[in-house]
Design a protein around this ligand. Structure first.
Ligand code: HDD
Length: 702
């Protein structure tokens, strides 16, 4: 929400702890205060004071620049190397510091202190990202969001590197480079940026039946979130927890946003991309600035090897969920993000996550995708961060301390002392040694079998959970999925790829296939590929839905009030107060920013200008105008779009009499979500949700 006013949240206001340090914005801003006061001398990287930072060394007033100008050369050399290779995936990310507090011990299942020491705060750094786009790409494409959390535990760093959907496209890491090459910009033309809606992606998917479950999630509203604060996170794979006696229990991790889930509608996401490329990053930044610290509950699903054997799927297959209805979630603690990084590059860009970063009491499962990831991330950091010592960069450095005999290498920051850099040894008794409390891999007996490039039979069912997901969704969500598939495939130029996808969808749900085929004018329906195993009709999983589980709330949301000269200040004030009391950030939008005269000849301050603040920035809008203001704005395209978009994006609209001319010009029809501006109670109630009943009136039925 650009330029929304700092406001009080009705949620608890916690000062950031000294552990996560400083103000929510770290030390940003401090530097400006130094101007004019006592300030340090500007120096070169060798510490040499600089007398002139504005002019390079010249042979004469209008003569050539001299090679001996070490101040210029050092400054330009450093600048030339300011960029490091961006991440091949998840390049666009937003990072925030915070803390995790355990509320329920998992002491029966694990020795990991992170999960056994109740009420202890563990510092964390979380980075939420899109997958496909480059570092400078927009925040709101249809895309899965990465959800990576680094826990700086007393036993070393633990990274939970997940996504906001609980399954993945492929079952084996060997396919990952192909998946990513198909997804990213096509290599000959270098477009589209940050989009899966193109031939190579869907060509690959149409050859990859195991992707069908993830594709259903990808086509759902989960991939067009309203805010990074309103998404779930999933560890995806099964991991193991190991207890004192070495017993292992499988675990799946889930992050649940305290603000609830919320998504945009597709047209809204597209328009946000044009209006504010940084919509999600700015939303997070402003929430932290206001003290509205986003929080997630961490929940676990726990099950034994024997229980897993009874599941109608293989939990080691990362294209499968363990439905909550089968294994309920236990909430064990909460993560609160409360401090924006001091420096984007040093922290968010240089943070190096790795699923192999685990601590004693946690272990991997045999999920073949996870096993491949354990290699990939460490390897990637060598090219991104330039050498083996990237763990010394402050954002990556464990707070638990490091003691070993590794030495030297690019960018070694430490100065190890002594003559012993090996082990076992007897020359320096104080040097680090193995410990009984150290990490031990779960002593799992390995299965007998032959070596080979094998896919387990138990991984063969590619459609049952895709069907389960689609059929579990509400009718509104199913319509959105059909529209999303039609949109994505309509961007595919190769007819046989579109047809191959519709053919797969027939194995998921016949009705969905018909809707998509109709939207793409594919007739007759293509023959469905023969599934490797019969598709099962699994029980519905309501926990996978989004819209039916949305929280009715204005907490963390935004309300825009459109005004002009002559608007009634009493109405504006009562709407603002009611919205703020309900937890929303309120922005007053007008044709001009700054002061305007109200009906009572008072002044009202507009926070934002209409042309740069479309209604896609807000969750609900109010339009408060005088008769003449309404007539004037009825002829203004940006005002009409403000109201028409709010209506078609299913948002509550409060309007007074003067606004009617604008509402008429924008084609707004009366319904339960269009309320009188004087009825703040009705407005707040409608603003806490979206008007799903309106959708068939504003969008063609798919
Ligand atoms: Fe990955 C980054 C999540 C499969 C290889 N991945 C990356 C990030 C997230 C994920 C959130 C960004 C971390 C950050 O913010 O810096 N990746 C996943 C999930 C997967 C998954 C949930 C499946 C369950 N990834 C996966 C596979 C491979 C990789 C199978 C390779 C075999 N991922 C990478 C990478 C990245 C990465 C190339 C790019 C930058 C980085 O690691 O640090 O190594």
């Amino acid at each position: 929400m650009p330029r929304s006013k700092p406001q009080k949240s009705s949620g608890p206001k916690k000062k950031p702890t000294s552990k996560s340090g400083g103000t929510p914005l770290g030390n940003a801003g401090e530097h400006h205060q130094k101007a004019g006061g006592k300030h340090p001398a500007l120096t070169t990287n060798q510490g040499v004071p600089i007398s002139d930072n504005q002019n390079s060394l010249r042979a004469s007033e209008r003569g050539p620049t001299l090679l001996e100008d070490f101040v210029l050369r050092e400054k330009i050399m450093h600048f030339d190397h300011e960029r490091i290779p961006e991440r091949i995936v998840h390049a666009r990310g937003t990072g925030v510091h915070g803390r995790f507090t355990l509320k329920k011990s998992l002491g029966r299942y694990t020795t990991a202190k992170l999960f056994t020491e109740v009420d202890v705060e563990t510092p964390v750094f979380a980075r939420i990202s899109t997958v496909a786009g480059g570092a400078g790409s927009v925040d709101t494409p249809r895309d899965v969001r990465g959800f990576a959390v680094k826990f700086y535990t007393g036993e070393g760093n633990y990274d939970l590197v997940g996504n906001n959907v609980p399954v993945f496209f492929i079952q084996d890491a060997i396919k990952f480079p192909d998946l990513v090459h198909a997804l990213k910009m096509e290599p000959d033309r270098a477009f589209p940026q940050a989009a899966s809606a193109h031939d190579t992606f869907w060509d690959f998917i149409s050859h990859t039946p195991e992707a069908m479950h993830m594709v259903m999630w990808q086509m759902s509203d989960r991939t067009i979130p309203r805010s990074l604060r309103m998404i779930e996170g999933f560890g995806v794979h099964s991991f193991r927890l190991i207890n004192q006696s070495g017993k292992s229990t499988f675990v799946k991790f889930h992050w649940r946003p305290v603000l609830g889930l919320q998504s945009t509608v597709w047209d809204e996401a597209v328009k946000i991309a044009g209006a504010d490329q940084d919509f999600h990053r700015r939303d997070m930044f402003e929430a932290i600035l206001r003290g509205d610290f986003p929080a997630w509950d961490l929940a676990v699903q726990l099950f034994t090897e024997e229980e897993a054997e009874g599941f109608p799927f293989d939990h080691l297959d990362p294209t499968k969920i363990v439905p909550e209805e089968m294994v309920p979630l236990k909430v064990i603690g909460r993560m609160v993000l409360d401090r924006w990084p001091d420096n984007f590059f040093a922290e968010t860009e240089q943070v190096a996550f790795c699923p192999a970063n685990i601590v004693p009491g946690i272990d991997f499962s045999n999920d073949p995708l996870l096993q491949g990831r354990l290699f990939s991330y460490l390897d990637t950091q060598l090219s991104r961060l330039g050498g083996p010592n990237f763990h010394q960069i402050p954002i990556n450095a464990p707070r638990a301390g490091v003691a070993n005999n590794q030495r030297d290498g690019h960018m070694q920051m430490g100065v190890p002392t002594g003559r012993v850099a090996y082990e076992p040894q007897s020359l320096e008794p104080d040097k680090p040694r193995e410990t009984d409390a150290g990490f031990r891999s779960c002593a799992q007996p390995t299965e007998d079998g032959s070596k080979g490039r094998i896919r387990a039979e138990s991984f063969a069912d590619h459609y049952s959970q895709a069907r389960q997901f689609y059929r579990s969704q509400s009718p509104v969500e199913q319509a959105h999925m059909a529209s999303a598939l039609i949109f994505e495939l309509s961007k595919v130029q190769t007819a046989h790829v579109r047809e191959a996808m519709v053919a797969h969808v027939r194995n998921i749900d016949q009705d969905l296939a018909k809707r998509v085929a109709k939207g793409l004018s594919i007739d007759p329906l293509p023959t469905a590929p023969k599934p490797a195993v019969p598709v099962q009709d699994l029980p519905k999983s309501p926990a996978t839905t989004l819209i039916p589980r949305m929280k009715e709330t204005l907490e963390g949301r935004a309300v825009g009030i459109l005004v002009a000269e002559g608007s009634d200040e009493g109405t504006v004030d009562s709407i603002r107060t009611a919205a703020e009391d309900a937890g929303a950030a309120v922005t007053v939008v007008a044709p001009t920013i700054g002061k305007l005269k109200t009906a009572g000849r008072k002044t009202l301050n507009a926070d934002a200008q209409l042309a740069g603040s479309p209604s896609v920035f807000y969750d609900a809008v109010a339009v408060v105008l005088s008769e003449s203001g309404g007539t004037m704005l009825a002829g203004e395209a940006a005002a009409k779009a403000f109201v028409a978009d709010a209506f078609s994006h299913l948002k509550a609209i409060a309007a007074d009499g003067g606004a009617q001319a604008l509402l008429d010009a924008a084609g707004v029809m009366p319904d339960a979500g269009v309320v009188a501006a004087s009825d703040t109670k009705a407005f707040i109630k409608a603003a806490k949700t979206r008007q799903w009943a309106r959708e068939p009136e504003v969008r063609s039925k798919t």
